[in-house]
Design a protein around this ligand. Sequence first.
Ligand code: NAX
Length: 291
Amino acid sequence: VKVVVTGAAGQIAYSLIPRLVDGKTFGDKIVDLCLVEIPQVVSKLEGMVMELEDSYFPQMGNVTYTDNFEKASHDADWFLLVGSIPRGIVYEGKKIEERSDLLKINGGIFVNQGKAIGENGKDNAKILVVGNPANTNALIGRNAAGKDSQLWMAMTMLDASRAKSVISKKAGSNISDVKNMVIWGNHSPTMYPDIENAVINGQPGSVVIRDMDWVENSFLPTVQQRGKSVIDARGASSATSAAKAALDTIIACENITEDGDCFSAAVASDGAYNVPEGLICGYPLITLADG
Ligand code: NAX
């Protein structure tokens, strides 16, 4: 399996990349990695490759790095689009503070990456957009790719894992006892973690959690604002948890979903649940035997 990772010198990637080849995420498949960065930092990836070589990963295949996404995209099965330009940095001499400027820059990046994926990626490639604004970037990339057989997702798994953690503490159960955790909408503070349809110890969330005051005034804001809370506490945004969520999304796509469970990602709406067609929206998803 060939996996392309952008933003490969960033903090999420440092946690993510070794675990792509550790024999757990893709089982016993040999994993070829193509790591992509912007020209200014691409040389740092030499150090990442050295560390991968030194880590004893029997499932690791060919590892390359480049600043040329188009070249990286050929015949890839998975694209993990982690790199994007964040708000607040100075880009081409200008501090990027306005959402419109951010969208303009990332729009350009994701148009080019999308086109390359559509032209060169495998017909059944899966694309997970982690870089923010994730839903918008996925929409831009998918439209540019123009290939319906490829699956574009914006990551909401981290929001689902955060919600499971909060619910399991409230219910006094293990995090693995919380299933069917759906994140509706956008990966942003407007997302809706659906506690009513979650299944907690085999019971509907609406039966187990009856304290609506807690749901509205504690659960929802805690999950919706968790990214900000981590930044405030850590002085940097979520990295290891974001990497784990990306790995969990891959595992959820590569394996048949258990009965009664689902996983979360934002995908292009086909009109289901009255979401406008084509919009990238968080949905409950399952993986069937045919992948
Ligand atoms: P870092 O700033 O540590 O790393 C990002 C890396 O991307 C940098 O090394 C940069 O050079 C590279 N990059 C930028 N544009 C690129 C391009 N066109 N091609 C290749 N590489 C490019 O950020 P990090 O903490 O790793 O976060 C990465 C992204 O994840 C950010 O956009 C962040 O907002 C987003 N997040 C998304 C989450 C989600 O749940 N969907 C949660 C965590 C995180 O906040």
